[in-house]
Ligand binder design. Structure first.
Ligand SMILES: [Zn+2]
Length: 662
């Protein structure tokens, strides 16, 4: 999912907040990204890519849309296999649309700011009409009486239903369920719903929770900030809408026909863990085959230009992300660009279907639509293929994907990867770095979505902090190949933070993995500071000296060279090796490398010219450095504002320009 207005605009908004006066904003206007890392590491050997997921749950459904009543009638069969090591005698079904049934749902009670915080003007719900366990002899056991939908702390939530089964299901055994259900879509609220005849149909069917290998169910009510978690399988869904409507859905169309004023399309996709679709009688479409994938952009009339920008983003990012994180294994990709009045449906990811965002008039210089499209496309890997538990560990999808977004944007657009207005450029990575400083001391990055106290804190830590930490590791150690190895090794799997840390330890060493763990789990922070520079003409010893029983007075004589030095500190709980740059009186520069392991180092200087200034981390590799104002010190600073202050003013100015646009 994308943060509300899209990362660029939202984070520029942050820049204009009270922190605009803080010293940290004067950072990283210099070109960045994709320089060689400070420490060279040998790239990881790429793991072979698994061709398919383990087939755990198959849905064969039909869904009929009534666009006037905003209802969907669904029915069909679900085949589920117990792939855990334990027999089970129950099921958990997620009924997510009930998050919008009334204001007593966990989702609507938890409104903590950010998207989805507005109560829908028209409620939504899903009612399960039929749930039956099929037997090989054709008999059925009605499970509806054994379904308990009331959950949450006080039984008011209806998004997490428990179903007792009449018998134990053995390890490896399959069961088949017959289901029928009626959806009432809400006015578009978060990710799903309708506006007029526009319908975004997501989280719309009774969905079996994931059974972990140890036989425990990973089930949860729909939380305000949390996303989803499910097993892989095949979705075979036949959609039935009025003839005038255009459909976009997960997976390719395998059958299509028009009959009796209805448009019927059957979409089938294996190796996925969700299915979403849209239907609207005003969709326009762009089609292009990109890297062998049939890409469709669905957009409203008048949005031709921004739709072309979405397509251009896919044209760059689809092959780019595949080269980074493994091949895109599906034949199709659909980009759905809702109208601005349905923005809550935008900026979201589903298997082979993503939703974009941005008003038709978005200035070309503000790359918010591109960032949203690249972000949601990145989720095809960090969510789609690497299917982590998004409720328990949101940083594993949103955080890693935010890094992937900034990385791809930098590779595509260079230093102006978020905005390039009147010659002022700001990068996506710089926006992450600025936002990542907020909230660092308030709580860990690595916690469940529901543990965050506000949408803002969730954005700062899960998205921006993870991205900035990974960007730091990329610039210092080169983490790209390691993340690629992680994505390939856990393709079609459900890894945990320990799996990520193990790949980091394997590729970059246990020290780097420990640093990453501290940054994610223990509110790790760091501040490098140059705390003093001195330089003078070297002189011979002077004073009173007792030699051979006599006291001599010795006066200083010039030794013909300079001596000096600097003290550099590392504060905080994280450490990274850094360069320290000495700027000499003749303008030349020299660098020394510091491991950064100790709390302090002293850099001596001796030479034919004096020392003028010292700067730690001159290439801005440690983008999470808590205070960049203290990264340099000089002897006899010139009068007038320091260059950093000027840079800060420039950033605020450009932020204002973007915010006030078009
Ligand atoms: Zn996201």
């Amino acid at each position: 999912m994308q943060r509300s207005m899209g990362t660029a605009l939202a984070l520029v908004g942050l820049c204009l907040g009270t922190d605009a006066a803080s010293p940290n904003l004067g950072v990283r206007l210099e070109p960045d990204a994709h320089a060689d890392p400070l420490i060279r590491t040998s790239p990881a050997a790429a793991a072979p890519e698994r061709p398919h997921a383990e087939d755990v749950v198959d849905y064969r459904l039909t869904a009929r849309l009534d666009p006037d009543a905003h209802t969907v009638h669904g029915e069909g069969r679900i085949v589920w296999r117990n792939m855990s090591r334990q027999p089970v005698q129950d099921l958990w079904l997620h009924l997510y649309l009930n998050a919008f049934k009334n204001d007593q749902s966990v989702f609507l009670r938890e409104r903590v700011g950010g998207r989805g915080s507005t109560r829908p003007s028209d409620w939504g719900s899903v009612d399960v009409r039929r749930l039956a366990l099929a037997s090989p002899d054709g008999a059925e056991v009605d499970l509806l009486p054994a379904m308990q939908t009331r959950g949450g702390d006080d039984g008011a939530d209806e998004t997490d239903a428990h179903v007792a089964l009449p018998r134990k299901i053995a390890t490896g055994e399959s069961i088949e369920l017959a289901v029928a259900f009626d959806d009432k879509l809400p006015s578009v609220v978060e990710r799903t719903g309708y506006v007029g005849s526009f319908h975004m149909v997501a989280q719309w069917f009774p969905k079996i929770a994931r059974l972990e290998p140890d036989g425990t169910w990973a089930h949860f009510p729909m939380h305000h900030l949390a996303e989803f978690y499910a097993d892989f399988g095949t979705y075979d869904v036949t959609l039935d809408v009025p003839e005038a409507f255009t459909i976009g859905a997960t997976g390719p169309v395998v059958e299509a026909r028009v009959a009796g004023g209805r448009r019927i399309e059957r979409h089938v996709q294996s190796d996925v863990h969700d299915f979403a679709w849209t239907a609207w009688d005003r969709w326009r479409a762009l089609h292009e085959t990109i890297a062998g994938v049939r890409v469709t952009v669905l957009f409203p009339p008048g949005h031709e230009h921004v739709a072309a920008r979405d397509l251009a983003a896919v044209r760059f990012a689809l092959p780019y992300e595949a080269s980074r994180y493994g091949a895109y294994p599906y034949d199709v990709l659909t980009v759905v660009h809702p109208e601005d009045n349905a923005r809550e449906a935008g900026g979201m990811e589903y298997p082979t279907l993503i939703t974009a965002e941005g008003p038709w008039w978005t200035p070309d210089d503000v790359l918010a639509p591109e960032i949203v499209t690249v972000h949601e496309l990145g989720h095809q890997w960090f969510y789609g293929l690497v299917a982590t538990n998004e409720a328990a560990w949101p940083f594993l999808d949103e955080g890693l994907n935010q890094y992937a977004e900034a990385d791809a944007m930098a590779a595509w657009k260079g230093p102006g990867s978020a905005a390039n207005v009147f010659g002022l450029r700001v990068s996506d990575a710089a926006l992450q770095a600025v936002a990542s400083q907020r909230g660092v001391h308030d709580g860990p990055v690595a916690q469940s979505a529901s543990a965050f106290s506000s949408g803002a804190k969730y954005g700062q830590l899960v998205y921006a902090r993870t991205a900035a930490v990974l960007e730091t590791l990329a610039r210092v150690y080169g983490i790209e190949a390691t993340l690629g190895e992680y994505a390939r090794r856990f393709r079609f799997e459900h890894p945990t933070p320990d799996d990520l840390l193990a790949v980091v330890a394997e590729n970059l060493g246990p020290g780097v993995a420990a640093t990453l763990r501290t940054a994610l789990f223990d509110k790790g922070w760091v501040d490098y500071a140059v705390d003093g520079v001195w330089s003078r003409r070297a002189e011979s010893p002077a004073g009173l000296f007792d030699r051979d029983g006599r006291r001599e007075t010795q006066t200083a004589t010039d030794q013909g060279h300079y001596e000096g030095g600097a003290t550099v500190h590392r504060r905080g709980t994280l450490s990274f090796p850094v360069d320290i740059e000495l700027v000499l009186d003749d303008g030349s520069r020299q660098r020394v490398r510091w491991s950064g392991e100790e709390a302090e180092t002293r850099i001596p200087w001796q030479g034919s010219v004096g020392l003028r200034a010292v700067r730690v981390d001159p290439d801005d590799r440690v983008v999470i450095d808590a205070n960049l104002e203290n990264n340099a010190a000089q002897i006899n600073p010139p009068s007038g504002p320091a260059p950093r202050v000027l840079e800060r003013l420039a950033l605020v100015a450009q932020a204002a320009l973007q915010w006030l646009g078009p």
